[in-house]
Design a protein around this ligand. Structure first.
Ligand SMILES: *Cc1c(COP(=O)(O)O)cnc(C)c1O
Length: 375
C-alpha cells in the first residue's frame, strides 16, 4: 500500500484505497461538461444505493464536512413557523440541537443517556403532546459511542404523526443497509468520508423531491441553501453553485465504483460486520469491555473502557499503536474515560487481526515501561 504509514481506525477521515487517492491526481473544471456529467452520474449512483424504489427522491451534494450538510438541511427545510424535535443520545444529536438553536428554530429535545437508545413510543407521546412540531431529526449510528439507534421505530413514530423526518446517517449510509423510501424518510444525510470510503470535503442528501421543492426560499443561509444547490444541480445538469471540491468528488466517484465492485452495500456491511466481530472478540479476550451492550452496538465503531493495567495512559497507548501502524480515536463521553476503534474504511479482517496483536503489544510495552519507571 502506497502512502499509508498507518491505517486510520477513526471514521473519519478513514483509510481509503490507493485507487481512490490516485483518482485525485488530475484537475477538473468545475463547470465543464466532463465534470458535470460525472456529478450527475454520481448523484444517480447515490440514489441507486439509497433503497429499492427511489422514484420521488433525489440527491444533492453540498460542500463542507458532514456537519455543514446537516446544517444545510436543518437551516433550509424547516419553515419560519415550524418546530423541530431533536432526538439525541450523543454528541451528533446534540450538535443538531445546537444548530437549530443558533438558527433560531423553535425546538424540542428528547435526550436519552449516551448508552441508551431513544424509545419510539416516547417520541409518539412527545409528538401527540406538542402538535406544533413539524419536523423530527434523529441520528442513525451515533458515532459518539457506536450505538445503533432504532431508525425504523423512530421513522414510523415520526411518519405516523405526519412529520417531516431528517436522519443523520453519516456513519451508517453505505455500511448499514437502509431503504430510505421504505422508511419514508424525507432527508437522509451522509458524507464522502464515511462508509462509501471517499476523502473528506463534501456530503450529500437523499431527499424526497416534493419536500425539497417546498424548501424554496426557506433557507437561513445563502451558502448552505439546500434547495438552491439542488436547483442549480438540476438546471445546470451537475453544476454546483460555488467552487466544488473537484478532486474529492472524482475520488468519491471512484469510491462508489469500488463499492459496487465489492458487491454493493450488503457486501460492504458483511465485511464491516466481520471486522467488528474480530475486533470485539479479540478485545474481549484481551480483557477490554465495551461501553455499549451487545444488542445495541453497531458494526461501525466501538467504544471501550481503558484496560485495568497499572500505569495505563491513553496518550502512550495511542502512540504505541500508532508506532505499530494503527491510529485510534479518543472517547467522546464526558462521564467516563473511553477510547474508540472504528472498523470502517478500506480495512479487512486481516487488518483487525494485526491490530489485536498490536494492542496486546502496546499494553505490554506500556505496563513494562511503567514498572521500569517505578524501579
Ligand atoms: C461524522 C459524523 C458527522 C459529521 O461530522 P463532520 O466532522 O462534520 O464530518 C455527523 N454525524 C455523525 C453521526 C457522524 O458520524
Amino acid at each position: 500500500m502506497k502512502n499509508r504509514p498507518y491505517i486510520l481506525l477513526t471514521p473519519g477521515p478513514l483509510t481509503t484505497s490507493d485507487t481512490v487517492r490516485e483518482a485525485m491526481l488530475r484537475d477538473w473544471c468545475t463547470w465543464d461538461e466532463d465534470y458535470n456529467s460525472l456529478v450527475q452520474d454520481l448523484r444517480a449512483r447515490l440514489l441507486a444505493i439509497a433503497g429499492g424504489d427511489t422514484a420521488g427522491y433525489t440527491s444533492v451534494l453540498m460542500q463542507g464536512s458532514g456537519s455543514f450538510v446537516v446544517e444545510s438541511v436543518i437551516g433550509s427545510v424547516i419553515p419560519r413557523d415550524g418546530k423541530l424535535l431533536v432526538v439525541s443520545n450523543g454528541a451528533y444529536g446534540d450538535r443538531m440541537e445546537t444548530m437549530a438553536r443558533m438558527l433560531g428554530i423553535d425546538l424540542l429535545t428528547y435526550r436519552t443517556a449516551d448508552t441508551q437508545v431513544p424509545d419510539p413510543q416516547k417520541i409518539r407521546n412527545l409528538l401527540a403532546d406538542d402538535p406544533a412540531v413539524t419536523h423530527v431529526a434523529a441520528v442513525h449510528v451515533e458515532t459518539t459511542t457506536g450505538i445503533l439507534n432504532p431508525v425504523a421505530g423512530i421513522a414510523s413514530a415520526a411518519k405516523e404523526a405526519g412529520k417531516v423526518l431528517i436522519i443523520d446517517s453519516m456513519s451508517g449510509f453505505g455500511g448499514v443497509s437502509m431503504d430510505v423510501p421504505a422508511l419514508k424518510a424525507d432527508f437522509v444525510v451522509s458524507s464522502a468520508n464515511k462508509c462509501i470510503q471517499g476523502t473528506p470535503g463534501f456530503g450529500f442528501v437523499i431527499a424526497r423531491t416534493s419536500e425539497l421543492e417546498k424548501s424554496k426560499g426557506r433557507a437561513r443561509s445563502h451558502a448552505l441553501d439546500l434547495y438552491d444547490q439542488w436547483h442549480s444541480m438540476e438546471k445546470g445538469r451537475g453544476k454546483w453553485r460555488f467552487t466544488s471540491p473537484t478532486h474529492i468528488v472524482r475520488a468519491f466517484y471512484q469510491a462508489l465504483l469500488e463499492l459496487e465492485q465489492e458487491g454493493g452495500v450488503a457486501a460492504r456491511e458483511k465485511r464491516y460486520r466481520e471486522n467488528h466481530r474480530i475486533l470485539k472478540e479479540g478485545m474481549a479476550a484481551l480483557g477490554f469491555t465495551t461501553v455499549i451492550p451487545e444488542p445495541l452496538q453497531s458494526h461501525i465503531i466501538t467504544s471501550f473502557y481503558p484496560p485495568q493495567a497499572a500505569g495505563y495512559d491513553f496518550k502512550r497507548f495511542y502512540q504505541n499503536l500508532k508506532d505499530r501502524g494503527f491510529v485510534i480515536y479518543p472517547g467522546k463521553l464526558t462521564e467516563a474515560e473511553t477510547f474508540r476503534i472504528g472498523n470502517i474504511g478500506d480495512i479487512f479482517p486481516d487488518d483487525m487481526r494485526r491490530l489485536l496483536v498490536a494492542v496486546e503489544a502496546s499494553m505490554y510495552w506500556n505496563s513494562r515501561s511503567s514498572k521500569q519507571e517505578e524501579a
